[in-house]
Write a protein that binds this ligand. Structure first.
Ligand code: F6P
Length: 433
């Protein structure tokens, strides 16, 4: 189920001075047989025993003793795609440093402005990446390579990789990018080319399936949290003050929900996964009214994809990645709240939209550690000749997963989960309204 595609049989001894025996105080190479169990529940264990079958396993990430690519003749490229995300530069830095210092690979190219940079017609020059070029980039948000949304002809991109003798392509991006990477991998396989395609999942929305979290996500709610703290001051500083903070989250409300958990002064969090009513006795506006009468202020965190069912749309607009562009729920809520209380209660509404500030920030310490590890693990897997895989943590362990396994569906908040229950316990809002 989670079998990783492989280019040939790895035969070249790794230059890494690691061990193959336990007890010598040196880290051991990871063997392909070192599998991890996916579903750790006792129920799954008992079911497997009863059925006499092996549990679903995951391939452990890490350095392999034998490589597919000869470091002396290996050229790598890195591309960043989609919206910005904290940690992009950390991942670029980590890949370059690992290739250079662990495997002695000196030929590393940066592809400019996403997949566009693999289309010669766009006219973007490659950027030569060396330790000197990348050594300080982790201090900055954004990506030194530039990014873009949207795909390019797969055949043109593979032509470019082949024409430039690129053996490993590291793609850093979300769902669309990873699907693109898989398509490149398929085309490479069709042509019998010797190119490994690797994905490092990136999305502040944390909506990549199966993996515990994507890099940049923790920084995102870390940046959003003090904004919410200050918004609370604004709300509490006025009679019937209402602060509405909109954060990103097109189809998944993880940033909104996690920032809410970090800042328990949030009274309501609205996410795309939930349906809610604005009007009626049990609707959101009546709930808000009761809170204002009782506490004289309220803090609302809303994810951009929430409440879209309430907004009348003229036509469906999609972005270059093919995602439906949502109407501004923050402005919509502000207007509806204002209108609702116009004749009954004097309210002061402060609307705050820190969306782009959140995602263009540099990675926090936790994400910095995570990004470097992801980068190193991606390099180890690629050098062993694995392809069409992503690196990520599952059950808190680094693993390699087939790209196709994580792009089948988007991860969303499970409204029956402990996570969502914790959010509701924190806000005190009802299960539904
Ligand atoms: O990367 C996903 C995301 O953060 C979504 O939550 C949001 O809708 C989108 O990016 C906005 O990106 P842009 O404005 O660059 O298209």
């Amino acid at each position: 189920m989670f079998q990783i595609n492989q280019l040939g049989t790895p035969k070249i001894a790794s230059p890494l001075q690691l061990s193959t025996v336990k007890g010598d105080n040196i880290f051991n190479f990871i063997k392909d047989e070192d599998k991890l169990i996916y579903d750790l529940s006792l129920e799954n264990y008992q079911q497997c025993i009863a059925d006499g079958i092996a549990p679903v396993w995951l391939e452990k990430a890490g350095p392999r003793q034998f490589l597919h690519f000869d470091p002396k003749h290996t050229k790598a490229a890195i591309v960043t795609c989609g919206g910005l995300c904290p940690g992009l530069n950390n991942v670029i830095r980590g890949i370059v440093m690992a290739l250079h210092y662990f495997y002695d690979i000196k030929d590393i190219l940066g592809i400019r402005y996403g997949y566009e940079g693999l289309n010669p017609e766009a006219g973007h020059e490659f950027l030569k990446l060396t330790p000197d070029v990348v050594k300080d980039i982790h201090h900055h948000g954004g990506t030194i390579l530039g990014s873009s949304r949207g795909g390019q002809s797969v055949s043109t991109m593979v032509d470019t990789l082949v024409a430039n003798n690129i053996n490993i392509l590291f793609t850093i991006g979300g769902d669309g990018t990873l699907k693109g990477a898989n398509a490149i991998g398929e085309e490479v396989a069709k042509r019998g080319a010797n190119i490994s395609v690797v994905g490092i999942p990136k999305t502040i929305d944390n909506d990549i399936d199966i993996i515990d979290k994507s890099f940049g996500f923790e920084t995102s709610f870390d940046i959003a949290s003090p904004i919410i703290r200050d918004a609370h001051n604004e709300a509490a500083g006025a009679l019937n003050g209402i602060a509405i903070i909109k954060v990103m989250g097109r189809d998944s409300g993880f940033i909104a929900a996690s920032a809410t958990l970090a800042m328990p002064e949030v009274n309501y969090v609205l996410v795309p996964e939930m349906d809610f009513n604005l009007y009626g006795e049990a609707g959101f506006l009546e709930l808000l009214k009761k809170r204002l009468l009782d506490k004289k202020h309220a803090v609302i965190v809303v994810a951009e994809g929430a409440g879209q069912h309430l907004i009348q749309k003229e036509a469906e607009v999609k972005d270059a990645s093919g995602n439906i562009q949502h109407e501004d729920i923050g402005v919509f809520l502000k207007d509806k709240i204002k209108a609702y209380f116009a004749d009954s209660l004097p309210v002061t509404i402060k609307y705050i939209d820190p969306s782009y500030i959140v995602r263009s920030a540099p990675a926090n310490s936790s994400d910095s550690i995570f990004c470097s590890s992801l980068a190193y693990q991606a390099v180890h897997g690629a050098m062993a000749g694995k392809t069409q895989f992503v690196v990520g943590k599952v059950n808190n362990k680094f693993v390699y997963l087939p790209i196709a396994a994580v792009t089948t569906k988007r991860k969303k908040i499970d409204l029956e989960s402990e996570f969502w229950f914790a959010v509701l316990q924190s806000t005190g809002q009802p299960f539904s309204f």
